[in-house]
Design a protein around this ligand. Structure first.
Ligand code: GUN
Length: 288
């Protein structure tokens, strides 16, 4: 039986520290960290994520400004809002929840956000900075996953890390962070040959494919550390309701892995905690 990596508890501890930091920034520096959260359209999952982000802000004393735009919003209208937020000195972080409706080009939106306010770390200049080790804003899910790995394993140097999934939001920045920690990194994806065998070489296995229970128990090296980034909603026949599951077949994997993150309660809470972390950092950077 593997050890459960409690992302919820780690995220709560990080948020407690950030709440103390926010209180002293307000008191000593008259600086009130503030994030603008933009939701376009009515996607229910996006609305849930945005709600969770805004609630966490309130708990930490971070100001949040919610902008809910209708799903017929044009790209020009969204870009105009981003321009206003870029020029508002009271706003330190800007997050546009993805995906955006199809009439809007998400790359144009991401790259319109001032890189120093890009608390998601998706702007092309933040991506470039990460790739050459000049980290500015680092994407929240990979950053949170790295924190859990370092807490669990300490020094990651020399470990074989396999990242399954090559998205811009998780897979690629996760690989960049692990490489910075001197791991030997493999990025596997849907065209990878003999994926089970590639996974079996991993001391650290990060699953970010978005397919429920995709990674099987016998793909895992005994004792490996498994980070499950997946958040998939499936209908559970036995429970007769929906439930969240990861990209890893948890019940099988926990018999083999050394340590594993559960879903829910693993990486998910860390993503939001790292958004808070990036917002506080952005506020401090902009205050000079
Ligand atoms: N949609 C899914 N994940 C994310 C995220 O980390 N940030 C934003 N802005 N949208 C998302």
């Amino acid at each position: 039986m593997s050890k459960l990596i409690d992302g919820k508890a780690f995220a709560d501890r990080l948020c407690d520290k950030l709440a103390d930091e926010v209180a002293s920034l307000k008191q000593d520096k008259q600086l009130s960290p503030c994030i603008a959260v933009v939701l376009v359209g009515e996607d229910p999952a996006s609305a849930t994520y945005v709600g969770a982000k805004v609630r966490r802000c309130a708990q930490l004393g971070i100001d949040s400004r919610s902008h809910h735009l209708d799903d017929t919003t044009s790209e020009a209208e969204l870009l105009s809002l981003i321009d206003d937020l870029n020029n508002d000195p009271e706003v330190h972080g800007i997050l546009v929840q993805l995906p955006v409706p199809k009439q809007i080009n998400s790359d144009a939106v991401i790259n319109a956000i001032s890189p120093d306010k890009d608390v998601d770390g998706f702007h092309i200049s933040n991506v470039g900075a990460l790739s050459v080790g000049q980290n500015n804003m680092v994407p929240c899910t990979p950053l949170g996953s790295l924190m859990l790995l370092q807490d669990e394993l300490g020094d990651l140097s020399g470990k074989n890390a396999v990242v399954v999934g090559r998205s811009n939001i998780v897979g690629k920045p996760m690989a960049a962070l692990l490489l910075q920690q001197s791991c030997t990194v493999t990025i596997a994806h849907s065209r990878t040959q003999d994926l089970p065998e590639v996974c079996r070489g991993a001391d650290i296995l990060v699953a970010a494919v978005g397919i429920p229970h995709f990674i099987q128990g016998d793909w895992i090296k005994p004792g490996a550390t498994v980070i499950d980034v997946g958040i998939n909603r499936i209908y559970d026949e036995a429970l007769e309701k929906n439930r969240l599951v990861g990209d890893v077949d948890f019940d099988a994997a926990k018999e083999v892995a050394g340590a594993i993150t559960p879903v829910p309660g693993g990486v998910g809470p860390m993503t939001i905690a790292c958004l808070m972390y990036n917002t506080v950092r952005a506020a401090k950077n902009q205050a000079g």
